[in-house]
Design a protein. Structure first.
Length: 259
């Protein structure tokens, strides 16, 4: 079952455990293969990177082989992106930077097959290339796809009650940088007003029975801030950050031992 790994992530979240994943921005699927034993999930980013759908597919295959769930952030609220990502076998999908409940409703509908939504039918890999029966697949897909809405604008925070009334959303996920920017405080992600907004999103999501995650850089300090806000799952940094941090730490330690 192609959604087995995302369901393990759901179970871990329901147990109250902290779930930590890695952002994927580079094209080489060997990165995902190498990191899979260390992560709870992968966040494959198509929004801010030149990642192609072909590269994405390589990451999806590597992640599945390594037993890690995949959540793909699409560039925008275009049904074409939803189709290509989900029909390639992504277990979860993230809508970035929306401003209204209607935008979210359109996205959620595009992620669910009728009668739950309006998703067009054309899976290949998710149906195990035809080996999985259609009805079995349809029930599984509508039940298991992890549909996530990123809260990155104060406009969406203001209509969050309407958003959380929509059927078919599994989780909200914070975008602290853009959220702070929409509040006139770009980069001030620990400003009291920004913290209060993030706490509001987290508490409302949990009250509605939704999970709450966040994207962030490779910063344990800010991760702890988000955990204090109520965040349950964290995309704690990206592939290139881990390489740079590991390189610099190792070199600094080597130079320290030889000086």
């Amino acid at each position: 079952m192609i959604s087995a790994n995302i369901n393990k992530m759901r179970e871990k979240l329901r147990s109250g455990a902290l779930v930590i994943g890695a952002g994927i921005t580079c094209s080489d699927a060997a990165i995902t293969e190498a990191l899979a034993p260390s992560v709870d999930f992968f966040w494959i980013d198509l929004e801010h990177n030149p990642t192609t759908t072909e590269s994405m597919l390589g990451h999806l295959i590597a992640a599945r082989a390594g037993g890690a769930p995949t959540i793909v952030r699409i560039p925008n609220n275009d049904v074409g992106w939803v189709k290509r990502v989900l029909d390639s076998g992504a277990e979860g999908i993230i809508l970035p930077r929306s401003y209204s409940a209607q935008e979210v409703a359109d996205f959620v509908s595009a992620c669910r097959y009728p009668p739950m939504g309006t998703r067009g039918f054309g899976p290949r890999r998710p149906m195990q290339y035809g080996r999985l029966g259609q009805q079995e697949y349809l029930e599984q897909a509508n039940r298991d796809v992890f549909v996530t809405v990123q809260v990155e604008t104060i406009e969406l925070v203001e209509v969050l009650d309407d958003v959380l009334k929509l059927e078919g959303i599994d989780s909200l996920v914070l975008g602290p940088q853009d959220l702070s920017g929409s509040m006139g405080r770009l980069g001030e992600t620990t400003h009291p007003e920004v913290i209060e907004a993030m706490k509001t999103v987290a508490s409302k999501a949990k009250a509605a029975g939704k999970f709450i995650g966040s994207g962030l850089g490779a910063s344990p300090e800010f991760a702890r801030v988000l955990i204090d806000c109520g965040v349950q799952w964290l995309q704690a940094g990206n592939d290139f950050e881990y390489m740079i941090q590991g390189c610099e730490q190792t070199f600094d330690e080597v130079r320290g031992t030889t000086s």
